[in-house]
Design a protein around this ligand. Structure first.
Ligand code: GNR
Ligand code: NI
Length: 173
């Protein structure tokens, strides 16, 4: 298990549509474990493979907030939204690739998602609350989409500039 560097926006790799994984291999399981390490270390509640420079359809999540509750790491290969609710919910979103910036995003409140688990078995489950927001945020990453793409061009430009500044400062450190 190892922690990987997280790409900071703007980066062309964060704008790419990622490839489906042909099947679940040991190499991909290792990638998912490294992504979980990286996510918990950050800390974050989700991470998508393109954020660590791998352009394949892999995401990890753990939206358990309460420290008293056991962790619930989830690994998804080729996740797909099958169904989205008409009712929406608004969350203040952040992204590990856009450090220290947050904005409200409206998304479907509930989604049905299909994916392959770490054993290559097909799974299907409904998500709500923070899990629903997070899984949609992560699947967006696989399609080259960031939460700031839902904001006005002005806000997006402002956040992109701040992120670029953070990236430059990080590069010098
Ligand atoms: O850690 C994260 N928190 C978060 C909060 C609200 C909505 C989405 C997220 S995902 C984010 C981690 C991340 O950037 N995943 O891609
Ligand atoms: Ni993100």
């Amino acid at each position: 298990m190892s922690i990987k560097p997280i790409l900071i926006h703007p980066d062309p790799r964060l704008k790419k549509v990622c490839d489906a994984v042909p099947d679940v291999s040991d190499e991909l399981r290792k990638l998912a474990d490294d992504m979980l390490d990286t996510m918990y270390d950050a800390p974050g509640i989700g991470l998508a493979a393109p954020q660590v420079g791998v352009l394949q359809r892999v995401i990890v999540m753990d939206c358990v907030k309460d420290d008293a509750e056991p962790p619930r790491p989830m690994v998804m290969f080729n996740p797909e939204v099958l169904l989205s609710s008409d009712d929406t919910s608004v969350y203040e979103e952040g992204c590990l690739s856009i450090p220290e910036q947050y904005a409200e995003v409206t998304r479907p409140a509930e989604v049905r998602v299909k994916w392959l688990d770490r054993d290559g078995n097909e799974k299907e489950q409904d998500f709500e609350g923070l899990w629903a927001t997070c899984v949609q945020h992560e699947i967006d990453h696989l399609n080259g989409k960031l939460f700031i793409d839902y904001l006005s061009p002005m806000k997006r430009q402002m956040m992109t500039r701040k992120s670029a500044k953070m990236k430059r400062e990080q590069a010098r450190a």
